[in-house]
Design a protein around this ligand. Sequence first.
Ligand code: NAP
Ligand code: GLV
Length: 324
Amino acid sequence: LEIRSGAVGVGKGMPMGFIIIAPGINTEAWCRHLLAADPGLDLRVWPDSGDPATVSFALVWQAPPGELQRYPHLRCIASLGAGADHILSDPQLPAGVPVTRVVHDSLSRGMSEYVLATVLSQCRHLWRFQQDQRRARWRRRLPMETAKTCIGIMGLGQLGADAARRLGQHGFPVVGWSRTPKKIEGVAAYAGDNQLRPFLARSQVLVCMLPLTPATRDILNAAAFAALPRGAYLINVARGEHLVEDDLFEALTDDQLSGACLDVFREEPLPESHPFWHHPRITVTPHVASITHPGLVAPQIVANYRRVQNGKPPRNQVDRQRGY
Ligand code: NAP
Ligand code: GLV
């Protein structure tokens, strides 16, 4: 794999450099697919940035805070995934540079499959049967009825709306909650802070698919759990910072929640000593609910690189003010 790090374009006065800043991520597949989409790309991989003044496009996942302000001619900062919270949280994020994220059917489909699998596993008590098996305990547990199990989806965006539709098609009653009102066939849609409690009151399984913003941080807390029907099940596939961990432990101890499936955590990887690992009613998965496949999304990243090189606004921008 050849990764060029020259200062292409400097002579013409137009920086052309494309840098991947994704500490801890194996970038080989990204490099391969980006170069397949544009063999002429002046590609660098952090920390081998070359001259920062020759870089115009940054593809980023959890860049070190302050790193992006080292590049004076950035025209676009692209998240390597669907969320851009890891970019917007940088206190030194360069002002005025568009921030984009990945939007792709494969991400919605992957997330919907994870959520559907988890909801079905809960309704058919699969994790409880696994525990029973370890103790050679024959105990019949009747399925939760699909048509009587209401699924509440927090966030009706690219991912949430798709999951809501697919769960509805599967026969589950579905309620959804978003910031602005939505119309989705088969989904009872609630919007805004005033409608959060009535939404929660119907959610026997609560799925968090919100972006992490100041308004949504810590939203999965004691008050929210208390507003759910007794024995509700929680699925958090959004960000670890949505969840107040102590409140979850308490709600499980009180049987207000029957269990939780968590894919995202305040600290990732989840430390070995974390009590989530061994809690009998918590399922842990290692941030895999929906995975960005470089081969599928490299073309849209390169298309945005070309757009900004041609003075056009990039697609899939996040609203920096709104936070998502
Ligand atoms: P999106 O398209 O931006 O949708 C966000 C949804 O959340 C929108 O419906 C929005 O409401 C709603 N929302 C935002 N702030 C709100 C608030 N204060 N109150 C109520 N609703 C609010 O985002 P997405 O592509 O669906 O992705 C959602 C998140 O999933 C990402 O940000 C990321 O953190 C997470 N994610 C996780 C994984 C994983 O593997 N675990 C993978 C991909 C993404 P409006 O529609 O009214 O604006
Ligand atoms: C994953 O968490 C993403 O935001 O794509």
